[in-house]
Design a binder for this molecule. Sequence first.
Ligand code: SAM
Length: 251
Amino acid sequence: RGILYLVATPIGNLADFGFRAVEILKKADAIACEDTRHSRPLLDRYGIDRPLLALHEHNESTQAPQLIERLVRGDTLALISDAGTPLINDPGFPLVRLAREAGLRVVPIPGPCALIAALSASGLPADRFAFEGFPPRKGPARLAWFGSLRDDPRTLIFYEASHRVEATLRDLARTFPPGRRLVIARELTKLYETLALTTVDSAPALLEQDPDMRKGEFVLVLEGAPPAPPDSDELDPEQTRILKLLLTECS
Ligand code: SAM
């Protein structure tokens, strides 16, 4: 039985391709990718000359069983996406689920991932975080969705497309309290990489002042809600001290 490798590819800087990733891809019987025209130049650059097959959101449900058959017959397959880690807002979930249900080996080859790169360099707490993917595209749905996240204490991470980032930042400013920290991570690993630390209320102006800040690929990293105030039923140290004194008096 073959192995399914999930191989991360660069998110901008081609030198971020991992050594092991390249070695695995060179040996695979076939490489499944989102768009063969997109991946071919990257693979050519690293001398990876293996058959490519397309696996994208429109065909993955029908393609996945066929790939499972190949794995069962003993083929080694690798899955890559256009950029970053497969399955992270990219195709691959039906294939990986079927492979695991069939008891096949699924081996991750870790590497670039935009959300992890942004979080690690954001300066916001990385001990607990929630990746929320792309916000809804339509305004009212996006506002309601942000509203449901307002009190989440974890650092929140979003992906956003350049043509929606201004509207999304305006909605963040409308939903979250002023002063909540926000890092706009743009064009990570690329020439115009920017990691701007701002607040939800100041972010829209940042993009108005600098049109370049509206271009490219974006990860938004938002500070979580402050911890809830202690439960009012609980006694503070001074109250505890008085209560102990009273109990001693009464006993
Ligand atoms: N699988 C990818 C990963 O591991 O990060 C994510 C794929 S998702 C379809 C594409 C989105 O990821 C972009 O719209 C952007 O929000 C984010 N992204 C990808 N590359 C990026 C980069 N170099 N800088 C900032 N954001 C990036």
